[in-house]
Design a protein around this ligand. Structure first.
Ligand code: BG6
Length: 274
């Protein structure tokens, strides 16, 4: 069993352990909260010490699933930030245990919202082994083309954000803190202030250099979103301690430019964490 007591007695939790790794997953949002590969016994994910587990609001940390939009709802006021599947219960449809890899398949209680124009099937496949491999498949069930956005909004655990350097984030980005202005990614990517950037950076492996190294691979994305709220925003977020920003960085495998799916067509968005 998992020897991490942070999540003990919380509702809707699953723990998985095999010879290669351990993970904790909340059925609320099908959200992975912890991943520790055994070869180095180091926690890859960050969960806010003041995260709320009331089954109402999304859990601040781990890997929230943002879908079928990223950020504000397309019809303003008609849906929560980052979509409606990170704050509902998902069902475990299948579990396949092998000594070195465990596969879990989840589906949300309700992926369709016909009022908002989404009729889809959504499936999340999580593989826990030496790496954590998380795969979100969207299938358009309507008889017209649909457009969606999504993110595997991973919160990575870092020892101190001021020591973090990212590798592999290149090209231009939209600065969400400056009217979505297009800017050039710095050659040396470090953190000294709030960052909220949509990098048009498809399928680019990213390395988070901290005291240790965490590798993030992305498949099927059109963007990588990098987010750190820094001190002022941490203080404003009720489910984050004032200094919470110091120990996390979000590297989000995302679709932000609107991906079109023909009827019955499927698309996979994948993030691999090592
Ligand atoms: C990031 C966005 O993905 O998520 C930020 O780029 C946003 O703008 C952050 O503040 C957190 O969003 P939320 O809804 O989980 O507080």
């Amino acid at each position: 069993m998992h020897n991490d007591n942070r999540f003990i007695s919380l509702p809707h939790l699953m723990e998985v352990e095999n010879s290669q790794g351990r993970a904790v997953i909340s059925l609320f949002g099908a959200q992975v909260l912890s991943f520790v590969p055994k070869h180095d016994a180091r926690e890859r994910l960050w969960v806010s010490p003041t995260a709320v587990f009331d089954g109402q609001i999304p859990i601040r940390g781990g890997i929230p699933i943002c879908w079928p939009w990223f950020g504000k709802a397309p019809i303003e006021e008609k849906g929560p930030n980052h979509g409606y599947v990170r704050n509902q219960l998902w069902t475990l449809k299948h579990c396949d245990y092998h000594e070195d890899n465990t596969q879990l398949i989840f589906e949300p209680a309700n992926a369709s919202d016909t009022q908002l124009g989404y009729k889809a099937n959504l499936q999340l496949i999580i593989n826990i082994g030496r790496a954590l491999n998380i795969e979100l498949t969207t299938t358009n069930l309507s008889d017209t083309t649909c457009t969606y956005n999504a993110a595997l909004h991973s919160y990575f655990n870092v020892s101190n954000i001021e020591n973090v350097q990212l590798e592999g984030v290149v090209g231009e980005y939209f600065d969400q803190l400056d009217n979505h202005c297009v800017k050039t990614t710095p050659l040396i990517y470090r953190f000294t202030q709030e960052v909220d950037r949509i990098h048009l950076c498809p399928e680019q492996p990213i390395v988070i250099n901290d005291e240790f190294v965490t590798r993030v691979k992305s498949i099927g994305n059109d963007s990588i979103v990098i987010w750190n709220p820094w001190i002022t925003k941490s203080k404003q977020l009720k489910d984050m301690p004032d200094n919470g920003y110091k120990h996390m960085v979000c590297v989000e495998t995302s679709i932000t430019q609107g991906l079109q799916l023909a009827p019955e067509q499927s698309h996979k968005l994948v993030q691999v964490i090592e």
